[in-house]
Design a protein around this ligand. Structure first.
Ligand code: KG4
Ligand code: ZN
Length: 395
């Protein structure tokens, strides 16, 4: 008899995660082991990621079942991220899931990580969109910055990419600029917390540095009513974030900030803050002692420019394609400024908008199990030929 329980497994980057989710909605457990080992390198080291996944996968899956209070006999299917992501990291999750599927005689479901991010929102918010379709989905993380039109189709969702970053992902720009300023990895949450203590100079990073490159714009702009059928409209809303990163680097050089940055890196490490969580008020209070006001203003200006660019592209696309609602997900969707400004824009346009719970913003297996649910219902199963697809796209 079906229980509706799916065991999800995620290992595409630097989190090893397993979760048990009922009917794509109810999270019974969601265990996430974050790999702290990368913080010493200021970015994810693929070989270390694979090794950590190997070390973590068995205990993480066991704990997910324990916390959910279920056994394999209660599970309906095993879902695993098949891509996009790091080949060696994906391979650990997929190999484990395949072996488990054989051992337990359960069906296996391959899930696109990006669809997982979108389901991190839909699992809580699908009702708030009623039958609204298409939705404009912004997936913004350390590895991806994508705009999709998500349309309902036979109980499942179909996606079309209508924009993406032409260079760095937004989270990657956050992390690189954070590293440049002497902050621990991942720097996005630190920048978010510190930006609140600075005043943005709105002219410091003008839009010319974040080029809005319209590629393949051939179709005439559609009327709002006609835009729901977007099949022939290939207008794109691509983004770019490497210009602003370079602009921050130039600013740092021009203002001779390097010595202060090295001193700050050492001070944060010596104070034990390099591995602390910036969501903690004491941590931020401790870190602030090592920042001068111009640096905090620089962080606020950077955040202002990134958020403005994301909001502008997302709503230009939403308007152009006549989207009936907006979904924002991925690690950067935890950003407070992004949430506030996206919400304001949506309210002005009377569009429903939803974000994932903060714990489901960054990589996790609950979103993989949730995205697998419509596939389980449609019996879209993978077989033992399932393998990592590092460049997997959501089209
Ligand atoms: O979705 P995720 O866990 O992994 C990828 O699929 O990439 O996203 C991680 C990214 C990192 O770049 C991290 O710095 C960024 O999300 N991030 C944030 C915030 N929280 C996480 N960026 C800005 N503000 C935040 N509050
Ligand atoms: Zn992700």
């Amino acid at each position: 008899m079906s229980t509706g329980l799916i065991l999800g497994i995620e290992s595409s980057c630097d989190e090893t995660s397993a979760a048990v989710v009922r009917a794509g909605r109810e999270v019974l457990s969601n265990v996430v082991a974050s790999q702290l080992v990368h913080s010493d390198y200021g970015g994810v080291v693929p070989e270390l990621a694979s090794r950590e996944h190997l070390r973590n996968i068995v205990p993480v899956v066991r704990e997910a079942l324990q916390r959910a209070g279920v056994a394999y006999a209660d599970i309906d299917a095993i879902a695993v991220t098949e891509g996009p992501g790091l080949a060696g990291a994906l391979l650990v999750g997929i190999t484990f899931a395949k072996a488990l599927a054989v051992g337990t005689a359960l069906p296996l479901i391959g899930v696109n990580h990006l669809e997982g991010h979108i389901h991190a929102v839909l699992m809580d918010a699908e009702e708030s969109f009623a039958d609204a379709s298409p939705l404009l989905a912004l997936v913004v993380s350390g590895g991806h910055t994508h705009l999709y039109l998500a349309s309902r189709s036979d109980g499942d969702w179909q996606y079309r990419n209508v924009g993406k970053t032409l260079d760095d992902a937004a989270g990657e720009a956050y992390d690189k600029v954070a590293k440049l300023l002497g902050l621990p990895y991942p720097g996005g949450p630190w920048m978010d917390a510190l930006a609140a203590h600075g005043s943005p100079d709105r002219d410091l990073f003008p839009f010319t540095q974040i080029k809005q490159k319209a590629t393949g714009h051939t179709a005439p702009k559609l009327k709002r009513e006609a835009a729901l059928d977007v099949g022939a409209d290939h207008t794109r809303f691509d983004l770019s974030f490497s210009g602003i990163k370079t602009a921050v680097r130039r600013y740092v050089e021009l203002h001779d900030m390097q010595a202060a940055i090295i001193a700050r890196t050492n001070a944060l490490r010596d104070a034990g803050l390099a591995t602390a969580k910036p969501s903690d008020a004491t941590t931020i209070a401790g870190a602030l002692a090592h920042f001068d006001q111009p640096t905090l203003n620089l962080i606020a200006s950077f955040q202002n420019a990134i958020v403005k660019n994301l909001v502008r592209s997302a709503f230009q696309a939403a308007e152009h394609f006549g989207a009936r609602g907006v979904v924002v997900s991925g690690g950067v969707s935890a950003n407070r400024d992004l949430r506030a400004r996206m919400s304001d824009f949506a309210a002005d346009r009377k569009l429903p908008i939803a974000f994932p719970a903060i714990a489901l913003s960054t990589d996790n297996a609950a979103m993989i199990a949730a995205a697998a649910w419509p596939k389980w219902l449609a019996r879209k199963f993978a077989d033992d030929t399932l393998e990592p697809t590092p460049q997997l796209r959501l089209v």
